[in-house]
Design a protein. Structure first.
Length: 240
């Protein structure tokens, strides 16, 4: 009990070794932030990777074959886009039991259409290019064309979008955890720590402030990384 709600190191009554203070249960806030960063980044990395792979495959197939397949895929995409990203995640997680796996699944289902639309649009253009027509003319199979000729030409745009989506997914996961619909205690995430600390904001401001700053700095840093990747991978967008 004597370790509960202890302030950061510059306060006279701070605990030795508890640099950012302690939370309502006496746990070291810095340690929970570091471990929470691992969870938040792991969730974002897995969700973005799976959603990206799913969206790329579906977008390639829809854009390359067109016709009925394309119409079905685009109707599904339109239905998904009728719901806001975060609202769909909240809706699903109020029905299923919140857990780490369910959060990742919901994030994947909420974000794969972004990659699908991008890849489909570019595939519709690329499939009429000379190198694709030549590949068809010499008898290359569709799978070979998709894998060896179309997919490599789409990767730069997909990587840029994926970098931006990492920030979006981290924010969404934090919001869900803040609302109690994301990763459940005792597993720490930034959003969960902020959510737990809001009841103590008048007596222990550091519980929500430091995780909030960590979240903000991470999202901004990822945004700069995405801009750098865009400049490196797509020279036509560089500012002269």
């Amino acid at each position: 009990p004597g370790q509960r709600l202890k302030p950061p190191f510059w306060y006279p009554n701070a605990l030795p070794g508890r640099w950012l203070g302690t939370d309502q249960l006496g746990r070291d806030l810095l340690s929970r932030m570091i471990f929470g960063a691992r969870i938040s980044l792991l969730v974002a990395a897995i969700a973005v990777a799976v959603a990206g792979a799913l969206g790329v495959v579906v977008g390639l197939v829809a854009g390359y074959y067109g016709g009925f397949v394309d119409q079905v895929v685009m109707r599904i995409v339109d239905i998904k886009l009728a719901f806001q990203f975060i609202l769909l995640a909240i809706l699903v997680l109020t029905v299923v039991r919140p857990s780490l796996i369910n959060v990742i699944v919901v994030l994947v289902l909420s974000s794969w259409v972004i990659y699908c639309r991008l890849v489909r649009a570019q595939t519709l253009t690329l499939r009429e290019r000379e190198f694709v027509i030549a590949a068809r003319a010499i008898g290359c199979r569709d799978l070979h064309i998709l894998r060896r000729h179309l997919a490599p030409n789409l990767m730069a745009a997909v990587i840029i979008v994926a970098a931006l989506q990492v920030a979006q997914v981290i924010i969404t996961e934090s919001v869900l955890s803040f609302l109690g619909l994301g990763v459940q205690p005792p597993t720490p995430t930034w959003g969960l720590t902020i959510g737990e600390g809001r009841e103590y904001i008048n007596v222990a401001w550091w519980i929500i402030t430091f995780p909030g700053l960590a979240l903000m700095v991470t999202v901004i840093a990822i945004g700069f990384l995405a801009d750098w990747l865009r400049d490196m991978l797509d020279p036509t967008l560089r500012v002269q």
